[in-house]
Design a protein around this ligand. Sequence first.
Ligand SMILES: [Mn+2]
Length: 228
Amino acid sequence: MTSKLSNARKRQSNRRRPRAADGELAPAPELKPARAAEVERVTRETRVAARLALDGSGRGEISTGVPFLNHMLQSFSRHGFFDLTVQATGDLDVDDHHTVEDVGLVLGRAFCQALGDCSGIRRFGNATVPLDEALCTAVVDISGRPCLVYNVPIKQELIGTFQTELVHDFMKAFCDEAGMNLHLILHSGRNPHHIVEAAFKALARAMDLATSAEPRLSGVLSTKGTLS
Ligand SMILES: [Mn+2]
């Protein structure tokens, strides 16, 4: 059954499509899919909404209720050239754990959705980023196989009121939901703020590379033919 509306839409779209010599409609031009996603997740502990555009300009609008996490995600969107909006409210009266972990989870899910079947992307990316005395490497493979190797030892328990341990939880949730392999390796560092910020910047640059288009590629970069 076709409604009046859908017939009208069909007529409208047909008008724009050129007719081949035999009167048949020429195939519609292939539309480049928008590499973007919107994700919302609500539990009894948190409510997190995120909007992500992979081909952005680095605009971040971040509000999680955890100031240090806001700072890290602003930096992540800026240095990865991702447009990223994150709105989160959580049970911060308990502690920051649920909120930080769930923001990581929703961000990972947003990358997964924005990349779709991962066709046409470079898949691998790595970056080593300093922040004064801190130096951190991130290596990513958007492989469909969640695996985190977290080698970022931080002596200090707190950055202000933010527990440094939560960076590990954030990265684990992010990796699991993005379906990717991430190695984070700290080479040197003394100040915990510098260490974590170098890690987020390295992650941003590695993700920017891995999610960018490989023009020589058609389909997915895998001899298996799939990354799912
Ligand atoms: Mn900073």
